[in-house]
Write a protein that binds this ligand. Structure first.
Ligand code: SF4
Ligand code: SF4
Length: 387
């Protein structure tokens, strides 16, 4: 047995934070890091939109904070963040709407909006799709990553859970661009596995606390699918094993139908075989008995969703920086800060934006001292571009 996963039923505890603490304690002797030596602990919830059902519950963050505090971790070493990649709403606004921001303020932990981070250019060894890869600086800098996914169905990826939750480490508009790279469910699965591969290689200290209390299923996931009560929390350090176990609990026929799990398994990014996973706490049989079947979208649905995303949604919703010449003083700072070298600048001239190279990070807008750069949605016109 190489991989350990704990499963607890929240009904067996006073409240969810207590259940989370109990679930983490079941595996804490098997983690490869010393919590008290970690000085930059980053919590990564799923903050998809301003609806509690679509996000990791704030009470999950409360539970993890409770565990960290009881273990002697000082809150000055802890922060939390995400990049939902939404057009009209930021991670901070989502956190405020669902009550998560308040939890963080009360605990004294810093909330980070990855979309305001400067993206860091990184290399993924053996990358299949994400050759030009960037991650949020907050993720690059952390020394312990605590992953807080929620189990939901996903139109393109079939499911979103422990591995897919890391897609949020890619800042803002870039995620949409990568959807173009992974332009079929299988290729998108390879892109997700590329991203996960960077995590496995660069972030050896990881812990996942998996929200399976109220899961989302059906074709409208991960945004507004049907909610089902599972009342379970899964904890472990192997995300592939956690996703496999979650699907096994949901009586899903085979995890190999999920492209990113298949790809992660083929690349040896975690444990795929149930016989090599040791379950602590509630047994797999007991967990299966108390949960309803997890209904995931079929192959035709994921192909259709992938087509719509790549041909329409990404192109229309891409944010581009627009220069307001009247306010520009031709200082060139935007060009210096652009991580993708997408701004051509010659002294004495206005900056020129190279649209094909732009990764929509909007760092130029943040850094411009004159506020001479404004974001603009590409809109319908985007349908006529190949990028
Ligand atoms: S940073 Fe702002 S003011 Fe300076 S060149 Fe760029 S757009 Fe113009
Ligand atoms: S041009 Fe602006 S938005 Fe585009 S990649 Fe450069 S900094 Fe980011």
């Amino acid at each position: 047995m190489s991989t350990k996963i704990s499963i607890v039923n929240v009904k067996n505890y006073e409240n969810i934070p207590d259940a989370i603490v109990a679930a983490i304690k079941l595996i804490e002797n098997d983690v490869n890091f010393n919590l008290l030596e970690c000085k930059n602990i980053l919590l990564k919830p799923n903050l998809l939109r301003a609806s509690k059902e679509a996000c990791t519950q704030p009470v999950f963050v409360e539970g993890v904070i409770k565990y960290l505090k009881e273990s002697g971790v000082q809150m000055k070493h802890v922060s939390i963040g995400d990049s939902p990649g939404q057009i009209k709403i930021s991670a901070t606004q989502i956190a405020k709407k669902i009550g998560l921001y308040e939890v963080c303020e009360k605990a004294g932990i810093k909330f980070l909006n990855f979309e305001q981070d400067i993206p860091v250019h990184e290399k993924i060894e053996g990358s299949l799709r994400l050759e030009d890869y960037y991650v949020s600086k907050s993720v690059k800098d952390c020394d312990l990553l605590i992953n807080l996914p929620k189990l939901k169905t996903h139109g393109e990826a079939t499911i979103t859970g422990a591995i897919k939750n890391y897609w949020g480490v890619i800042p803002g508009g870039l995620k949409a661009k990568y959807h173009m790279v992974g332009n079929t469910p299988d290729k998108f699965g390879e892109a997700l596995a590329d991203n996960f591969s960077w995590i496995v290689t660069n972030k050896p200290n990881r812990l996942t606390v998996y929200d399976c209390v109220r899961i989302m299923e059906g074709p409208m996931g991960p945004v507004s699918g049907n909610m089902k009560q599972w009342d379970l929390i899964l904890v472990g350090t192997d995300e592939l094993a956690l996703d496999v176990v979650a699907l096994e609990i949901g009586k899903f026929k085979s995890s190999k139908y999920v492209p990113h799990l298949r790809n992660a398994s083929e690349r040896g990014l975690g444990e795929y075989h149930l016989e090599n996973i040791e379950i602590l706490g509630l047994s797999l049989e007991e967990a299966r008995k108390i949960t309803p079947k997890f209904k995931v979208p079929g192959r035709r649905m994921t192909k259709f969703a992938s087509f719509i995303t790549r041909r329409i949604i990404y192109k229309v919703t891409k944010k581009i920086p627009i220069l307001k010449k009247k306010m520009c003083i031709k200082c060139g700072q935007c060009s210096e800060v652009c991580p993708a070298n997408a701004i051509k600048f010659l002294s004495g001239s206005y900056p020129e934006f190279l649209r094909r190279d732009c990764i929509s990070c909007l760092c130029c807008m943040e850094m411009c001292p004159q506020e001479a750069i404004k974001p603009k949605l590409r809109g319908i016109g985007g349908l006529f571009h190949s990028y």
